[in-house]
Design a protein around this ligand. Structure first.
Ligand code: B1N
Length: 834
């Protein structure tokens, strides 16, 4: 450095900077040692695994912070347009390994840790993941945050810092039991608490109306509860770029002033109670996936985080000296389903009551700000709030929604004069024994764009739940097929396949997934096929070890790994898979020497705690497993695994080991699915229906590389219209009849005929999901799977082609489409000084 002509001070600065944020093994090693001492207050002899984890994480965080600060500076300087993603859920998964990959220092850190006498994997394996989401919707938000940063798009994710995320699932006596997810118990090195960044959020009370001195009509909301939201920021670093965006999660607290008032009035108990009420709001994630509960606390959660977020955005906007009227130019706000849809009314309230705008102007800004993504067609998932309850929690918003609706209904009544059905359907307020607020209608009316999450889903949206909205404003509608980040779902979780692919086609595919296409020409190459299947085998051996450890069950890594992992739900039809397992089992029992392709059928997934049927399905799977896995006749030909506590961490271990991906929902029910993409990207072949993104996956990989079965969405509708008769399928199909009789007669439940009574009754008499109708078609497809699997070279070729053609399903592609077609935002590259 002296030779380069730098003076002493300059050299000193560089050395300090390098010690703090250098990326070499030496710099990392020094940083980790320093953190162990100065942050954890430990020395190697007494440091625990968590001390090391913290020391490494803080070293990584320092390096991210440098990029974070540079990003924020850059965004503020240039007045760039920002994407604001509003989501009640973020299923991030473990941070450490992901950040190491995105920073490009996985190897260096591994070496540094090794030189300190420890193993990096030992630290990574034990990280507690933030499970702040239920399933696909929350995980999608996390993938999108990764892609936004990687594409260098200025973005903020807003959500709730739940103290308890999705419950931990344990299996006892074959049943699911839930345990609380205390994910913060060892501290969280990835977040920065920003106490100074806090907002007040009002609840309840009443609204006063008056006319001010200028004759303006004003409203004053007097709440009976005020809650404080405190920001917790997590940096989201892009891959191979400096861009580091912010995930800002709000924690609810009691405002200091508030409990003091009560305390002084002598109401100490009231003050304590208020404090608990306030803290309760961000206490726990609702564990329902696509099943609405209509609970007050849930509405409070939604309003809490949306209000904090909008106040925050308005503050950022105004601090830059810009006009309130230009808010929509600075921020575009994406609603992740209707959970944050109250934002439409809240922005109106802020613009009218706080910033004193006129109605027309406020509505114009609001409807240029929001865009809405719908994630489900299931009627039971559509959010409705009992009007009376809503008015008790948010009296001012109820008034605003009435006024929004009144003005809207005026227009609609003229436009669709006489069509009472259509007018009622478009109303924001539902009539019935009890009035209710329709959140999908509020979101649709308040947004300039509406999208579904797969081509089929968007088409069905336009024909069913949002039909009237489509006819009213077709220009608002578009499709944005979901995607997944190849960084976490390939580079991180499948380093062996990553190395094999990069060895052949370079590393460009990691940021440009279409480049995987380059693998096509090796699909028939014998050596490549062998290397490909060797990697798969290695992953299956690793998963087998985990299964042995966790479940004391030995599975054969040479068998076909048949993987069905997702939330437990009737529409996802885990039961159909279970019927196939029973059918295979019966074939063995009937013909003990039968030559069949050995299978390991792996299930995983959580059931909502109140969803009885889903829990019974778990019990069915574990019960079948108990019989099959312990029957000496079966030998090595069939095993059934229920892998407990499906989450991001476990998904990362399961996907790479899958041969077959089960995507067998009733056509028209799964909006998109994203597990289907991750499994195919990791080389699994899909057995699936024409549902959600399966349709597009099949188009991309080629129909000859996809095991299709079952009714399509139109046929499902047709069967329903003509009257579905499950009994006829049962009666006409001896294999199906036997399987159902066995479940019913207690064959799998120690002769207890009560265990699966409701389940069997549902399948036989009122099954919405047409399980029996698709049974034979599914069995035939499974037989074809097994035949194909016997031909190892053919299977390898199909697997390679699946991966080679998955480029479309990168979340980078999804985000690019959102940016170009909805958000109108451009990348802002971030440069690092010195
Ligand atoms: O969103 C995913 C899709 O890939 C899945 O197909 C879809 O099922 C999932 C209420 C939901 N839709 N709706 C929810 C989650 C929580 C909740 O409280 C609804 N999840 C989906 C991503 O687009």
């Amino acid at each position: 450095l002296q030779e380069k002509g730098l003076d002493k001070q300059e050299i000193q600065n560089i050395l300090i900077e390098d010690a703090r944020t250098g990326l070499s093994v030496e710099a990392l090693k020094r940083a980790i040692s320093n953190n162990l001492f100065y942050v954890q207050g430990k020395f190697p002899e007494i440091a625990t695994r968590n001390d090391y984890y913290m020391a490494v994480s803080y070293a990584v965080r320092d390096r991210i912070l440098k990029r974070w600060v540079a990003s924020v500076k850059q965004y503020l300087d240039g007045k760039h347009r920002v994407v604001s993603y509003l989501s009640a859920e973020y299923l991030l998964g473990p941070h450490l390994a992901n950040n190491l990959i995105n920073l490009g220092i996985y190897k260096e850190t591994g070496q540094a840790v090794k030189e300190l006498g420890k193993e990096l994997e030992w630290l990574i394996d034990k990280e507690i993941e933030p499970g702040l989401g239920n399933g696909g919707l929350g995980r999608l938000a996390a993938c999108y945050m990764d892609s936004l940063a990687t594409l260098e798009v200025p973005a903020i994710g807003y959500g709730i810092r739940y103290q308890f995320g999705i419950f931990e699932q344990d299996i006892r006596d074959g049943w699911q039991v839930e345990d609380t997810d205390n994910w913060l118990r060892r501290g969280n090195p990835w977040e920065i608490e920003r106490r100074e960044l806090n907002y007040e959020v009002k609840f309840g009370g009443h609204v006063q109306h008056y006319t001010d001195n200028n004759g303006k009509f004003c409203s004053n909301w007097i709440p009976d509860l005020v809650v404080k939201g405190v920001a917790y920021d997590t940096p989201i670093l892009g891959y191979d770029v400096n861009t580091t965006n912010t995930l800002r999660l709000w924690k609810s607290e009691a405002p200091k002033s508030f409990d003091f008032q009560l305390f002084n009035a002598g109401g100490y108990n009231d003050a304590v109670r208020q404090k608990i009420v306030c803290e309760n709001i961000s206490k726990v994630l609702y564990p329902n996936d696509e099943q609405e509960e209509g609970k007050i606390l849930r509405l409070q959660q939604q309003y809490f985080f949306v209000s904090c977020s909008l106040q925050d955005m308005l503050g950022i906007h105004l601090r830059q000296g810009d006009k309130i009227q230009d808010f929509y130019k600075k921020f575009v706000v994406q609603l992740n389903d209707t959970h944050p849809a109250i934002g439409v009314a809240e922005l109106m309230r802020l613009l009218l009551d706080k910033y004193q705008l006129e109605w027309e102007e406020a509505w114009d800004i609001t409807t240029k700000t929001f865009a809405y993504t719908n994630h489900t067609l299931l009627p039971e998932a559509l959010e409705k709030w009992d009007l009376e309850l809503f008015g008790r929690v948010l009296p001012r918003h109820l008034e605003l929604i009435y006024e929004i609706n009144r003005r809207f209904m005026d227009k609609v009544t003229v436009k669709f004069y006489g069509d009472h059905h259509k007018i009622a359907s478009l109303s924001l307020i539902g009539e019935g024994p009890k009035k209710y607020i329709k959140m999908a209608n509020l979101a649709s009316l308040g947004s300039f764009a509406i999208n579904g999450v797969a081509a089929l889903h968007t088409e069905l949206l336009k024909k069913t739940v949002l039909k009237d909205w489509y006819e009213l404003s077709p220009e608002k509608f578009s499709n944005k097929t979901n995607g997944v980040t190849p960084r976490r779902w390939m580079v991180l979780s499948n380093p062996e396949l990553t190395a094999l692919i990069s060895d052949k086609i370079g590393e460009g595919w990691i940021k440009n997934l279409d480049e995987l296409r380059g693998l096509e020409k090796f699909a028939q190459d014998q050596d490549f096929q062998k290397a490909w299947m060797d990697v798969k085998h290695q992953q299956k051996v690793s998963l087998s070890k985990k299964i042995l450890q966790r479940l004391r069950l030995r599975v054969d890594a040479d068998s076909l790994f048949d993987v069905h992992v997702k939330r437990m739900h009737e529409y996802k039809r885990q039961v159909l898979n279970a019927l196939h397992v029973i059918t295979l089992y019966n074939r063995i029992k009937h013909n003990p020497d039968i030559d069949m392709v050995p299978r390991t059928v792996i299930f995983a997934g959580k059931a909502a705690p109140g969803y009885k049927m889903a829990k019974q399905i778990i019990k069915l799977i574990t019960s079948i497993g108990e019989i099959v896995n312990n029957d000496p006749d079966v030998r090595d030909r069939l095993k059934v695994v229920f892998y407990p506590n499906y989450n991001v961490t476990n998904a990362q271990k399961i996907y790479p080991a899958a041969d077959l991906s089960e995507q067998i929902s009733t056509a028209g029910k799964e909006a998109s699915g994203t597990g289907n993409m991750k499994l195919s990207l990791n080389g699994a072949l899909t057995i699936g229906t024409l549902d959600g993104a399966n349709v597009e996956i099949r188009e991309c990989v080629g129909e000859e590389n996809f095991f299709l079965f079952g009714l399509n969405a139109d046929e499902v509708e047709e069967v329903r219209v003509n009257g579905y008769d499950p009994y006829s399928y049962y009666n006409d199909n001896p294999d199906l009849k036997l399987a159902l009789d066995q479940i019913n007669d207690g064959y799998f439940s120690h002769l207890n005929t009560d265990t699966f009574k409701t389940l069997v009754r549902s399948l036989m008499f009122d099954d919405q999901y047409l399980v029996l109708a698709d049974y034979q078609s599914y069995i035939d497809a499974q037989d074809k799977v097994a035949e194909t699997f016997r031909d190892k070279s053919k299977w390898a070729e199909m697997s390679i082609l699946n991966v080679a053609r998955m480029g479309k399903f990168s979340s980078d592609r999804s985000i690019k489409d959102y940016c170009d077609e909805i958000w109108k935002v451009k990348p802002v590259p971030v440069k690092l000084k010195n």
